[in-house]
Design a protein around this ligand. Sequence first.
Ligand SMILES: C[S@@+](CC[C@H](N)C(=O)[O-])C[C@H]1O[C@@H](n2cnc3c(N)ncnc32)[C@H](O)[C@@H]1O
Length: 321
Amino acid sequence: MRSTVQEGGHLGVMIAEVVAGLEPVAGKRYLDATFGSGGHAMALLDASAPDGQVLGLDRDPAAIERGQSVTDRYGGRIRLYETPFADLATALSEHGWDRIDGAIFDLGVSSQQLDTAQRGFSFRFDGPLDMRMDQGRQTQKTAAHLVNELDVTALTRLFFQLGEEPHAKRAARAIVLARSREPLQSTRQLATLLEEKLPGGRPGLHPATRVFQALRMAVNQELEQLEQGIQAAMRHLAWGGRLAVISFHSLEDRLVKHVFKAASTPPPVEGPLRLLPHVRLPAPPFELVTRKPRIPGENELRTNPRARSAKLRIIQRRAPS
Ligand SMILES: C[S@@+](CC[C@H](N)C(=O)[O-])C[C@H]1O[C@@H](n2cnc3c(N)ncnc32)[C@H](O)[C@@H]1O
């Protein structure tokens, strides 16, 4: 299947693998929890023609606004909700759906978010240190608040835990010293400071990469949102329904792997039942479709740099036996 260039230039990642994994069919209901520019949503709609339906969520009002062209194109088959993962169940219930036949989460930020200097996600452009995916609808604290308010210990912990930054303490100290002269307000200020103070990492990795990742994850509470979102999606999967998650760094992938493993592992047998090998215990409610994460093919890696670190995991709800 072709990769889809959506409006604004975002190139959907692993679209063919997601469609192959979710096996969409006509008449069924699908959730795209990270609508973005609609690459996965449109692929699901095409594969479930003529009457499969998609509910698309995104916490970014700009994505929902842009999505109007997709809703126009597919008529009543798709509805969009401006909703964070944590409120996914509310959106489903507002839409009158209790069960879904498949769901996709394509994590992280979109090219539109990254390439809009004003949003403050990128150290490649100069913009305000904002990074709020929802543009302040619910999220109050920006990246500027964090770098100007947290103390050295809290900043160090943040950069180490969410950025896996080996020089977390050095970055934190440099920030606290710099802000004592003037507050850090722009991406350029922060990127330049980190470039000056941190040793160059591996080639191709800008010294500010990990700190920017940590700030973005903290501002948007990404790991908390992810855990709540995938748990909610799993609760709403119909029997045989599948959930696909594409992650882009190890913290996300580890969380997804852990949640999927817990849901697909039989509970430990306790008490006398342990001694009766012929007793058939109930199977766990989910099974792994991907034992190891799938990664993009060479062709996609060549044409879409964003796909470089993508990992796709899929789980399926078992029908009761
Ligand atoms: C990588 S983009 C998705 C791209 C999309 N699959 C496509 O093909 O165009 C991720 C999108 O998910 C949204 N997003 C990220 N975290 C979210 C959350 N916790 N709740 C709702 N939307 C979220 C972002 O705003 C962004 O638009």
